[in-house]
Design a protein around this ligand. Structure first.
Ligand SMILES: [Zn+2]
Length: 258
């Protein structure tokens, strides 16, 4: 039996499909994993139960054989919504209505949570330091650029610079392997890794207001999810309460909905 120590990665995971693909991707690459999820006051906190589901499946796949991967998962609380009282973010303020429509619409700015990723990444970096992990990763992708400044390459570069300035003596860095991928490309990669998409949750709105286990089908992340499966040619296992097609606005098709 090999005694070589495996490299360890701390991954930030939500209940969403990109995070799930990220976890399977690093597991397939042979990393021991410490997965970290956050309860930051998000309305769709339901997603955390989905993270547990796909991580259980991941353990079944990669964590049960002899010499198999170590897969740890923690959920921690971040007081973001408490610090941002009166926030105009629809993700954390119950008085702000979730915008409906395509995820590139201007109205989706209402889904930005200020400093969310830097907050999460700093927790992950602290965990990685204590864990002797060399890599921290999160699943930012091309579709996030427009709305979320903390999903851009400049941010990752700046954050890495901050890490090496804040602590010295060890190499620790943030990776975002999907930065140049579209969500459809992530979906294709996930399909090739046999990712259980049915155990992931994207919707910002569903899970409450009587929608049970259905995605709403009309918030930005629902239309993005629907579109990604469609463009990737991968079967979409999601149950939507409203037909996302009506809220989709792929350039050139000019379909809109109010
Ligand atoms: Zn939704």
């Amino acid at each position: 039996m090999s005694t070589t120590k495996r490299e360890r990665a701390v991954l930030i995971v939500s209940g969403g499909m990109d995070s799930c693909v990220l976890a399977y991707y690093y597991a397939a690459a042979g990393f021991d994993l410490h997965l970290l999820s956050f309860d930051y006051g998000q309305k769709h906190v339901k997603e955390l139960a989905y993270a547990e589901k796909y991580i259980a499946r991941l353990r079944g796949r990669f964590g049960l054989q002899e010499n198999s991967l170590e897969i740890q998962h923690d959920v921690i609380e971040l007081p973001i919504s408490r610090l941002l009282t009166d926030s105009d973010s629809a993700l954390i303020n119950k008085n702000v209505q979730m915008p409906h429509g395509h995820y590139t619409d201007d109205s989706m700015k209402a889904t930005v949570v200020p400093f969310r990723n830097p907050n999460m990444l700093l927790q992950a970096a602290t965990l990685a330091w204590g864990d002797h992990a060399s890599v921290i990763a999160y699943a930012a992708h091309q579709g996030d650029y427009a709305q979320y400044p903390d999903c851009r390459e400049e941010f990752v570069d700046a954050f890495n610079k901050m890490l090496s300035t804040a602590m010295t003596g060890r190499t620790l860095h943030v990776e975002s392997p999907f930065m140049h991928f579209t969500k459809a490309q992530i979906t294709r990669l996930g399909a090739s890794l046999d990712v259980p998409f049915d155990l992931t949750w994207s919707c910002y709105e569903g899970g409450y207001e009587g929608l049970d286990d259905r995605h709403c089908g009309r918030c930005g992340t629902c239309t993005e999810r629907y579109e990604a499966f469609k463009l990737a040619g991968v079967p979409d296992p999601t149950q939507y309460a409203h037909d996302p097609e009506l809220y989709l606005n792929i350039p050139g098709t000019a379909s809109t909905a109010g």
